[in-house]
Write a protein that binds this ligand. Sequence first.
Ligand code: CMC
Length: 392
Amino acid sequence: TGLVTLDPGFVNTASCSSAICYIDGDAGILRYRGYPIEQLAERSSFIEVSYLLIYGELPSQAELDDFTHKISRHTLLHEDLKRFFDGFPRDAHPMPVLSSAVSALSTFYQDSLKPFDSHHVEISTIRLLAKLPTIAAYAYKKSIGQPFLYPDNSLGLVENFLRMTFGFPAENYDLDPTLVRALDQLLILHADHEQNCSTSTVRLVGSSEANLFASVSAGINALFGPLHGGANSAVLEMLEGIRDSGGDVGSFVKKVKNKEDGVKLMGFGHRVYKNYDPRAAIIKKTADEILGKLGGDDSLLDIAKQLEEHALADDYFVSRKLYPNVDFYTGLIYRAMGFPTKFFTVLFALGRLPGWIAHWREMINDPATKIGRPRQVYTGHTEREYKSVTER
Ligand code: CMC
C-alpha cells in the first residue's frame, strides 16, 4: 500500500492545485485571482467579485449586467420549499436551516443530479447565488414570527437581502446606503479563502461527483463550527461575557494563557496567517466608521480593542503568532446592523458562497481530480480470535 504520511489537520498537505485564491500567511497577503483584497474591498462589488471568482476574470459591463440579470430572475423560492421553514422549531439555529434548505434544492431541481453537464453547472450556479439570500432572510423571518417577503427583482443582491430580512410587506423599506455598502464589503472580504475547512469539505463531497447543492450544503455545515465561521458569533458572546463580568480584560487574557477550561481568545489565530489578517485590518476600520454611523455599542468595541492591545503585547500570543482574524470585529458590525448573534455565521455563508462554487467548478474541470479518500495510520488491535458471547 506504499508509505503513508500522518498529517493531522492537513497542516502540510496540499489537496489540490488551484488558481483562485492566493494567501501569503507570513506577509499577510490575500488576493482573489491575483487582485489584492484591499483593492477589491475598496472598489469592487460583491456581485462583481462573485463573477471574478467563478469565471476567473473581472466582467465587462455587458457581462456584469447579464450576470446580475440572470441572478435576479432566480431569487424566488418554490412555494413548496417555503413550507419547509414551518417544519423547524421557532428557535432553530439558522445555519442548519440554511444547509437543509440548500440540500433540498436538489429535490426541486432534479436536473442538478447530472452535476457535470455544463448547462446544469451553470444554472445550478445561478440558482444557488440567487436563492441563498432568500433562504437566509426566510430563516430569520421564521425565527421572529414575521411574514416572508417575496424578493424584488428591481433591487441588487444585497439590497434585496436586507429588504427581505428587515422589511415588512405592509410598508416600504428604506434602504440605508451606508448599511448596503458595509454589508457588500463584508461579503467581498469573506468571498474566498482557498482550502479552508468548509471549502475543502465542498471539494471532498463534490469529488464523489455529488452535485453542487449537496456539496455546498455540506460546506455550510462545516462553516457552522466555532473554530471556523461560528467564531464570529462566539466572539460577540465572549465580549458580552467580559462586559457582564465587570469588563476586566486582563484577567480574561490570563485565563486564556493558562488554558483554563479550554478558553480561547475567539477571533484570534489562524492556520495560515502568522501575521495580521489583512481582512481584519480592513474590518477594524469599518467597525469604527459603521459603529459611529449606525450607533452601535461602543463599550463592546472598546473591550475588543483592549483585548487586541493586551494580546499583541503579550508573549503568549506574540510567540505563537496569534493575531486578530476576520471574525474578530465582524460581529460588532453585524450587531450594529441589527442582526441577532445567531445569524452572524449565516452572513459568512452568504459571503463564502461564490468561493465554494468557484472551487467546486475548478475541481470538476481539473483532469487531475480524483475522489477524495485520505489514508490513515491504523492503531487498533492486531488480528484476534472471535469468542462467542458465553466465553467473553
Ligand atoms: N486563543 C488562545 N490560544 C490559541 C488560539 C486562540 N484563539 N489559537 C491558537 N492558540 C494556541 C494553541 O493553543 C496552540 O498553543 P500550544 O502550542 O501551547 O498548544 C498554538 O496557539 C497553536 O494553535 P493551533 O491550535 O495548533 O493552531 P491551528 O492552526 O490548529 O488552529 C484556529 C487555528 C483558527 C482553529 C485557532 O487559532 C483557533 O481556535 N482560533 C479561535 C477560533 C477562531 O477565531 N476561528 C476563526 C478562524 S478565521 C476564519 C474562519 O475560519 O472563520
